[in-house]
Structure formats: C-alpha cells, structure tokens
Design a binder for this molecule. Structure first.
Ligand code: PRP
Ligand code: URA
Length: 209
C-alpha cells in the first residue's frame, strides 16, 4: 500500500509474536514494547536529513555528519503511545514531546479528546506520531487533524499493528503522512478490535480492565 512501510526486521517480528500471546504478562508486554520501539525508531528515523559540522578529533579536524534542523517531536497518543515513546526517547533524548489525549468511545468507536499539549513551533519540526494500534484509524486521524490544526506540516505515523480498513481510511484522510508499522493484520472484528491483534494495548501495558 502506498505510503505504508512494514518493518519486517526479524527481531521486531519475534518480539511482536510474544506480545500477541495472551499469556504474556504486563511486565513482559511493557518491556517488549519498549524494545520494539528502538527497532521501529531506527526505521522511522532512517531518512532524517543530515548536515555537517566541523569538529576536532584527537588527531585532526573533520567535517562530521550531524542531524539537520530543529529537534524532532514525538507525539504520543495517550495512553498506549507512551509505551513507544519511552524507547524512542532513549534513541533521540533531545526530542521534544507532544501528548495527545484520546480515548475510543466503546460504543461509537469515535475518538474523544481529553488532553493536548505540544511545542508551539510544530510547523518547524518533523513530528512522529506514535500509537501502537491503528484499528478504525479514528484516533490516528483525529490526532493528526489536531496536530495539523496546531501547525504541523511534516509528519509520520508509527504503530505496531494496523488493520487494513484503518490503513485505507488513514491514507485517504492524510495521504501526506507516511505510516510505519510492524504488521498489517487480517481485519477488524465487529467490536473494532484488530484480529488476530494483541487485544487492548493500553490495558495490556498497564494491567487495567
Ligand atoms: C487504543 C489505541 C489507539 C486506539 C486505536 O486506545 O491505543 O489509540 O485504541 O483504535 P482506533 O484506530 O479504532 O481509533 P484506547 O482508545 O483504547 O485508549 P487507551 O490507549 O487509553 O487505552
Ligand atoms: N485498540 C486496541 O488497543 N486494540 C485494538 O485491537 C483496537 C483498538
């Protein structure tokens, strides 16, 4: 699908399989999500622009590569986005962070916003939006709508699992936002859950339900 990258790295796929298992504990689920976020983060940042800066090594002066432009922003869609955010901040400790508080109404499956806080100069930065699950895509579309409304123009969306139906809707709504995912699953069930999926990501991360 255009604009969608599936990260097929063997370590990502192996860890994802363990996360899917219903017997995987909250502690293991959380640890694996953090580990996977490092590998996904490597892929989603692969095309970051570089410039050069003059440095002195102990032996000589050189023109060395360094990231260009303003610090990037990770935008975490609460709650489950925080599971990806933590690992990504290990990779890019100087990144800025936006929080988009959304929950899915269980009856309508519409995204309901309850919190938003972001750097004021989103338009000057690459914004990587993170949420492990892209199901109906209502949450992802709402998060990107909001970030665009606040000035973001250069974005990527990073998730762990995506449903084909959600990907269709997302790429139609935001064709300018590339998606990175570890898997495109089979479908959504009648309750809007991804199948085979891994269940409710927030509940599995935090031991709620
Ligand atoms: C989950 C998930 C996404 C959303 C995906 O969040 O983390 O944000 O559902 O579903 P959608 O694509 O159909 O919108 P949830 O609403 O369960 O909130 P939580 O992270 O606080 O548990
Ligand atoms: N949100 C989740 O956490 N899991 C799903 O399968 C769908 C939405």
């Amino acid at each position: 699908m255009k604009g969608v990258t599936v990260v097929s790295h063997p370590l990502v796929q192996h860890k994802l399989t363990i996360m899917r298992k219903k017997e995987t504990s909250t502690a293991s689920f959380r640890r694996l999500l953090r580990e996977i976020s490092l590998l996904l983060g490597y892929e989603v940042t692969r095309e970051l622009e570089l410039t050069t800066t003059t440095i002195e090594t102990p032996l000589q002066t050189m023109e060395a590569p360094t990231l260009e432009g303003k610090k990037l922003v990770f935008a975490s869609v609460l709650r489950a986005g925080n599971g990806l955010l933590e690992g990504l901040l290990d990779l890019v400790p100087a990144a800025r962070v936006a929080h988009v508080g959304l929950y899915r109404d269980h009856d309508t499956l519409e995204a309901v916003e309850y919190f938003f806080k972001a750097p004021s100069d989103l338009g000057d930065r690459l914004v990587i939006v993170v949420d492990p699950m892209l199901a109906t895509a209502n949450s992802a579309i709402a998060a990107i709508d909001k970030l665009k409304e606040r000035g973001a123009t250069n974005m990527r969306f990073l998730c762990l699992l995506a449903a084909p139906e959600g990907l269709e809707r997302f790429t139609a709504a935001h064709p300018d936002v590339p998606v990175f995912t570890a898997s495109i699953d089979e479908k959504l069930n009648e309750k809007g859950y991804i199948v085979p999926g891994l269940g409710d990501a927030g509940d599995r991360m935090y031991g709620t339900k």
